[in-house]
Design a protein around this ligand. Structure first.
Ligand code: ATP
Ligand code: MG
Length: 332
């Protein structure tokens, strides 16, 4: 690798790329943000252990995967081991009663989704938590995403800008039938893996021992430390990659025929399995291989998502200014 590509500036020589780098630097999660989340996690784990003695609490999601903003919530997974799988709703109801007695917790709310969660805030702050029970795939995929995030300097700024763009344009909310952040991240990784000169490989293929399904859950956070950076021959700037991402989903990706697989670093043909038929968007979970984009189940929402890619691609291609698709001042 030429020395010049060891710093992000090397990929930010044009105006659009500089805008992306500046937005990233202004919004990315800071060390004190993570320290605050970690202090809360440790305190909660201790209080939870007075009910579930051997339970362990893990921070997951964007707080840990390198793709978080200063304003990101903190996702938590409570792992309760034992031969009998506990009912998550029962555990969360029990925790809710306990949390209401804790001085540093407020506004607890039980959400009965496919993966039930307890949502709450740190008292007197705007730090929000989403806690699930035993959804350990979230721990595995958090550390897989973390390895991708740090495999190349361009990944973190690129994904942060795309998350902000999607949020601003109201296509980043799974509870409203659009894309979850997790789905969006897998879509970006897929684009970077399938370029003629890829920016990313399949890490599950190249380092199977680091990302095995069977690794003990407490070992999972250590996996990424053993993955070296990927040396790509693709030296496209941040701006070129952003425009290429929008172009790919606006003009190239065949939504009706292809399944996004980050696990295999390619698009798979849609088979007739029930996971993929009659689904507007198919994005494979890298470990469980189910569809992470199942929240998009209304045609009107799917059309809105595609329209946003098409419109933003056209505008950015003509204007080459980040503000034309995302008012940077308003989102910092
Ligand atoms: P944000 O910064 O917007 O909070 P995030 O990276 O935390 O983004 P979310 O979509 O909130 O993304 O998901 C949080 C975590 O939950 C993900 O990192 C992933 O570990 C897990 N997760 C979310 N959706 C799924 C899913 N469909 N299947 C498996 N794990 C999921
Ligand atoms: Mg989150």
């Amino acid at each position: 690798v030429p020395e010049s590509f060891n710093s992000l500036q090397a990929y930010a020589k044009d105006k659009l790329s500089v805008q992306m780098m500046e937005l990233f630097e202004a919004c990315q999660q800071q060390p004190p943000d993570l320290e605050r989340k970690e202090r809360c996690r440790a305190r909660l784990q201790e209080d939870i252990q007075s009910i579930y003695a051997v339970a362990r609490l893990y921070l997951t999601g964007s707080s840990m995967n390198g793709l978080g903003c200063r304003s990101s919530d903190a996702d938590l997974c409570l792992v309760i081991k034992g031969n009998k799988r506990p009912d998550p709703i029962q555990v969360l109801s029990r925790l809710q009663r306990t949390f209401r007695t804790l001085s540093y917790v407020e506004r607890t709310q039980l959400i009965r989704a496919k993966v039930p969660i307890l949502r709450f805030r740190e008292r007197g702050s705007d730090l929000e938590f989403d806690l699930n029970i035993n959804n350990t795939v979230g721990i595995r995929n958090t550390f897989l995403l973390r390895s991708y995030a740090y495999a190349d300097l361009r990944i973190r700024p690129m994904i942060l800008v795309i998350k902000k763009w999607a949020r601003h344009n109201q296509i980043n909310d799974a509870s409203k039938g659009t894309l979850s952040s997790y789905t969006l991240v897998l879509m970006v990784l897929h684009y970077l893996q399938t370029l003629k000169e890829p920016v990313l490989p399949s890490l599950q293929r190249d380092y199977p021992e680091c990302f095995s399904h069977f690794m003990e859950i407490d070992m999972v956070p250590e996996g990424p430390k053993r993955v070296p950076p990927y040396l790509s021959r693709n030296h496209s700037s941040l701006g070129e990659l952003l425009l290429g991402f929008l172009r790919y989903y606006a003009t190239e990706f065949r939504w009706d025929k292809e399944v996004i697989s980050v696990r295999e670093a390619r698009a798979l043909p849609k088979t007739n399995s029930k996971e993929w038929t009659n689904k507007y968007i198919c994005v494979e979970e890298p470990f469980e291989r189910n569809n992470v984009a199942r929240a998009v189940h209304e045609k009107i929402k799917f059309d809105a998502i595609k329209a946003e890619f098409a419109e933003s691609y056209r505008i950015l291609r003509d204007r080459k200014d980040l503000n034309s698709i995302l008012p940077v001042r308003a989102v910092i």
